[in-house]
Design a binder for this molecule. Structure first.
Ligand code: PLP
Length: 740
């Protein structure tokens, strides 16, 4: 793959490696590299460019760089970081190679519609994207040979702004790739267009950007090319923007286009992972390649299935992507007409087992075309088996071949530096690579006062950050200083601080806190043991119900009864998420069971010694052990009955357990009982809920069998027969851009 350019024109030769370093997100989770970029070049500029080293190096005075290139102390640090960087990228001594030497030179393609890697590259909307980003980082650490495939959204998701009535308004401007760590990929012929798709009577040309994530590359597909019709260029403007047809076209570009672009680039994956249904067309395209190449349909199906891994993240039937037949005809029609996959076969692949509505169901297709299927927590695995039992008629749900791999988070990205340093002092520098049982028990020996001191420091940093955000927003565009109440200017460091940050989807139940406002007021304004709540989160741009809940929260921030103890911080994205999970005292999560497939923010909090209070859903159903936080006892009944019950449990736990424990201090002013929960939160999160453990499980249970092409595990759905396609088979060359 070619495509290197010089983004940073004035770099002296002696420190030319800074460009390579800045163009690889590895710096974000390597501590030496991060501290070096942050403090040793231009700390003021670093903050101004929002922690983006490419922008920093482009904007810095050339003279300043020339000075640094002559400074022996700087050069010593530079050399040390570059050496570590090269070692990390090229070492042969990786977990994957040690465990599976015969597989280490193969490639696994990892497709996802969003990736959350750094706030400078806003191509994610929430949990799914952050998980995919953390997956890639851990794969790099472990030496798992992935290549990521996603879409380049020029306008990202949206930046959240609340208007003067607290109503969410999205704004989105195209970000400028030039000061971002991404580069155009050029094909073997020197052109930007790497592959072609025919849809809606036009050819869509697909280009790509490369993003380096440690040892891995991410290929971000792009239709914003001159060759394309203006409408088609917009396909890769906005994440989850536009209507159904737009969405289908995006998924068509991701799946079919993604396979073709990899072919052009000479990347030849042996196993393929679709993370969520959006990417399922990737499997259809591989099926087409085999059928058009002359394989029998049965063999092609068996081959695609054996090599495919499919992860579903959605526990509710309505949450899955599906497309009406007219749309499928409009977008995918020329595919049926010109390839070995005809219309009937195609629609059978996406047929839903119980609702025969003729729509193409992306999750059904993912399951039909993969041997290795999983949900994202033990509980979600069970829910998913139930949901899809009809695909295996006559079977018990427990015998449905869908497993689970519980999500995790990337320690190097989410744990605060100061805790890492504490662990260094306690365990030595290798604590991040310990996989043996029992290792993390030892964190219970950490000194309570040392843990508490770090925590209080992080809490102050969070509150400073909120005030600073408020100040700059006020300066930018707010007319009335009164609005700053809502942005957290009144928060102080003493009260017990609860964090509630997540998408404002109705099932996440932010409204639960407000069911009894007098009780909430008593909780927050107790003169001796006050409590404050920090909210953050976006509502889906099309979800007015969720926007109304958000507005309710907003009005509470300005309600004098709560005395400024409720705040809302705008624009929940990666950087704010880091601050929040590191700086609050309690992480609150109250989804309606069983709507949360896994949840990951509570894991991030746990890695920072922040205990969680949550419904027993998703990962908490397996992760809560009585020592590491609190759980709402399961309730049954109609939605509003469950809400009332959970509201009562929530306030009972806060009033009788959390608040007293938090304010029970020893003579050093350390709440030792609370700190014990904090240390247990770390123990549980660090021992099980990391992407290190998660990617090891994917590798062992799914990737390695898929790389081997093992067919013994195959246990395909039996609810429908997929007739081999009729009609003439048109052979294709194995490369791209012909064929449809
Ligand atoms: C971790 C994260 C999420 C997902 O958190 P949940 O617990 O699944 O709600 C969403 N958005 C951002 C920015 C995150 O960092």
């Amino acid at each position: 793959m070619t495509g290197s350019s010089s983004k940073i024109p004035y770099l002296p030769r002696r420190i030319a490696g800074l460009e390579r370093l800045a163009l690889n997100l590895w710096w974000r989770w390597n501590r030496s590299a991060r501290l070096f970029l942050r403090y040793d070049i231009d700390p003021v500029l670093w903050t101004a460019v929002r922690h983006n080293p490419v922008a920093m190096l482009r904007q810095i005075e050339p003279g300043q760089l020339a000075e640094l290139a002559k400074d022996p102390a700087f050069l010593a640090k530079y050399d040390a970081v570059m050496e570590e960087f090269d070692r990390a990228l090229t070492s042969e001594d990786t977990w994957f190679r040690r465990s599976y030497p015969e597989m280490a030179d193969r490639t696994i393609a990892y497709f996802c519609a969003e990736f959350g890697l750094h706030s400078s590259i806003p191509i994610y909307s929430g949990g799914l994207g952050v998980l995919a980003g953390d997956h890639c980082k851990a794969a790099s650490d472990l030496g798992v040979p992935l290549v990521g495939v996603g879409l380049m959204y020029h306008q990202g998701y949206f930046d959240q702004k609340l208007n003067l009535e607290g109503w969410q308004e999205g704004s989105g401007e195209a970000f400028d790739p030039v000061d971002k760590p991404i580069e155009h990929v050029v094909g073997p012929d020197g052109k930007l267009a790497l592959a072609t798709l025919r849809t809606g009577g036009r050819d869509i040309h697909i280009g790509a950007w490369r993003l380096n994530v440690g040892r891995l590359h991410l290929i971000l597909l792009d239709t914003r090319l001159e060759e394309n019709h203006p409408e088609d260029r917009e396909l890769t403007y906005r994440l989850y923007g536009g209507g159904r047809e737009h969405r289908l076209k995006q998924e068509w570009v991701l799946g079919v286009g993604g396979v073709r672009v990899l072919r052009t680039l000479g990347i030849d994956p042996t196993a393929w992972h679709a993370n969520e249904g959006h990417a399922a067309f990737m499997m259809v395209e591989r099926l087409r390649e085999l059928v058009d190449g002359g394989e029998s349909f049965e063999d092609a199906m068996a081959e695609v299935r054996a090599r495919s891994v499919f992860t579903t993240h959605t526990p509710v039937p309505a949450g899955h992507d599906m497309f009406a037949p007219e749309l499928v005809d409009a977008v995918c029609g020329s595919y049926f007409d010109s390839t070995g996959i005809d219309r009937a076969t195609f629609s059978q692949l996406g047929h839903h087992p119980t609702i025969d509505h003729g729509r193409f169901h992306m999750t059904a297709a993912g399951i039909r075309l993969s041997t290795h299927v999983n949900g994202v927590s033990a509980k979600h695995g069970a829910v998913t088996r139930d949901l899809w039992t009809p695909m295996w008629p006559g079977r018990d749900a427990s015998a449905v071949p869908i497993r689970s791999v519980t999500n995790g988070v990337h320690v190097g990205s989410w744990m605060a530096h100061s805790y890492m340093e504490l662990l260094d002092r306690h365990f030595g520098p290798d604590w991040g690579r310990h996989d043996e049982d029992g290792f993390w028990e030892q964190v219970l020996d950490l000194d309570d006062a040392a843990v508490w001191e770090i925590h209080i420091d992080l809490k102050k940093q969070l509150l400073d950050f909120c005030r600073e955000q408020a100040r700059s927003r006020w300066k930018e565009l707010w007319k009335e200083a009164a609005h700053l109440v809502g942005a957290g200017t009144l928060l102080g460091p003493k009260p017990l601080t609860i964090g509630f940050a997540r998408r404002f989807a109705t099932y996440k139940r932010a409204h639960l806190l407000f069911l009894d406002e007098e009780r909430l007021q008593r909780l927050l304004t107790d003169p001796h043991r006050p409590v404050q709540i920090l909210f953050a989160g976006k509502a889906h741009p099309a979800d007015d119900q969720a926007k109304a809940v958000l507005q309710r929260v907003w009005s509470a921030t300005r309600d004098v009864r709560f005395e400024g103890r409720i705040a809302f911080v705008e624009d929940y994205e990666l950087h704010l998420a880091h601050r929040l999970v590191q700086g609050v005292d309690l992480w609150l999560n109250v989804p309606r069971v069983p709507m949360e497939a896994s949840g990951t923010s509570g894991m991030k909090a746990g890695l920072n010694c922040v205990p969680q209070l949550s419904s027993l859903d998703g990962w908490w159903a397996e992760g809560f052990d009585g020592t590491n936080g609190w759980a709402l006892p399961l309730a049954e009944g109609a939605d509003d009955e469950v809400d009332r019950h959970d509201h009562e449990s929530l306030f009972r736990i806060l009033e009788r357990e959390v608040v007293p424990l938090y304010y029970d201090r020893d003579d050093r002013n350390v709440p030792t009982g609370y700190v014990k929960r904090m240390k247990n939160a770390l123990r549980v999160a660090a021992s099980r809920y990391t992407t290190r453990r998660m990617v090891q499980e994917y590798a062992r249970d799914f990737y390695v069998p898929a790389l081997a092409g093992a067919r013994e595990m195959d246990d395909p759905p039996t609810d429908a027969t997929i007739a081999p396609p009729s009609g003439d088979v048109i052979p294709i060359t194995p490369s791209v851009s012909s064929g449809d």
